[in-house]
Design a protein around this ligand. Structure first.
Ligand code: APR
Length: 320
């Protein structure tokens, strides 16, 4: 049986890391696409040359031509510009919206059956625009945010409790931005919910609040340290987890920016919610009941995403 084909649209920091991870994990053959001639070809060759040591057989190809993504099973989109210090994800909107138009058209023309994972920011608005421009089914177009946000939350919690990250689970909902909603009562250490751990004296509510804020600011913390770009190792790893769930029909329950039409009381919009990813893409949005305070935080996040989508419609008439 032929290996699956994975197209990476954008061969920058995240795109290159995605290619390396996908090759090491033998998820399939990889095409790196970028508009910057030489970059995708150079990265593809460099990663291919790590094959003998890593012992993978995946083929890698770098290209500036959309024809080369033909028939891709998965497309992961990082094309666009990343943040610089002092910029919010939302500041990227105008530039990256134009990029989503060309990428959406490229995917529609050459890989209309792919499962598409968008990483480009501002995430919730860009995944919506990418779906609109590509015209692909909603369950095949999804945004990567919640897996990364909850990985950051899990990492910070493991430091606080001094336990393995493997035993920490976390739940983050809402938009990928300052209004994201980390849900403490659904986040656990080996099944013990965080509020119980506060009662047991393992941590304090103040410390928990600090960790939640650090999670919300997780992307900005890295931008502030790097100064010339934004996070790429953990974002790439998170998207690979989603791609693997699709390619291997794992039916992982992962938080993603997914299309909600009825779920969570929403009428047709993309926002971060728990989903099941299997062979058909987003197989299900898991519609959990929120408490009063959680609902208020979620509503605020939803409003922020709606504001960004409206801004997109204001920039590009074809989206209205
Ligand atoms: N088509 C294809 N590639 C494009 C296009 C386009 N229209 N426009 C820009 N690119 C390419 C750039 O040439 C660059 O190689 O996208 C790549 C982006 O890579 P980086 O600048 O290294 O950015 P990266 O850190 O990978 O982040 C990409 O993901 O997390 C988000 O906020 C981040 O929006 C940013 C995106």
């Amino acid at each position: 049986m032929a290996r699956p084909k994975i197209a990476l649209i954008g061969a920058g920091q995240i795109g290159g890391t995605l290619a390396h991870l996908a090759a090491i994990k033998e998820l399939g053959d990889i095409v790196l696409f970028d508009i910057s001639d030489g970059v995708p070809q150079g990265k593809a060759l460099d990663i291919a040359e790590s094959g003998p040591s890593e012992k993978f057989d995946a083929h890698l190809k770098g290209t500036t031509s959309y024809e080369d993504i033909a028939g891709a099973d998965v497309c992961i989109v990082t094309a666009g510009v990343p943040r610089k210090p002092g910029m919010s994800r939302d500041d990227l909107l105008g530039i990256n919206l134009k990029v989503m138009k060309s990428v959406g058209e490229g995917i529609a023309a050459h890989a209309p059956d792919a499962f598409v994972i968008c990483i480009t920011n501002p995430l919730d608005a860009m995944v919506w625009a990418l779906r609109e421009f590509s015209g692909l089914p909603h369950q095949k177009v999804v945004g990567m945010a919640g897996v990364l946000d909850s990985a950051r939350f899990r990492h910070f919690l493991s430091l606080e409790f001094d336990v393995s990250m493997r035993d920490v689970t976390a739940f983050v909902l809402g938009g990928h931005g300052d209004t994201m909603v980390p849900l403490a009562r659904y986040s656990t250490v080996a099944g013990i919910p965080l509020p119980d751990l506060v009662k047991m004296g393992w941590t304090t509510q103040d410390k928990l609040d600090e960790i939640i804020q650090r999670t919300r600011d997780g992307g900005a913390e890295i931008v502030g340290l790097l100064k010339t770009g934004s996070a790429f190792y953990a974002p790439a790893t998170s998207a690979i987890e989603m791609a693997e769930s699709y390619l291997k029909d794992q039916r992982r329950l992962l938080p993603c920016a997914a299309w909600c039409d009825g779920e969570f009381g929403l009428k047709g919009m993309y926002v971060g919610v728990p989903t099941i990813i299997g062979a058909n893409g987003i197989e299900k949005v898991v519609d959990i009941k929120l408490g009063k305070d959680e609902q208020a935080m979620f509503d605020k996040s939803v409003d922020a995403v709606k504001g960004l989508v409206d801004a997109c419609k204001g920039i590009d008439d074809s989206l209205s």
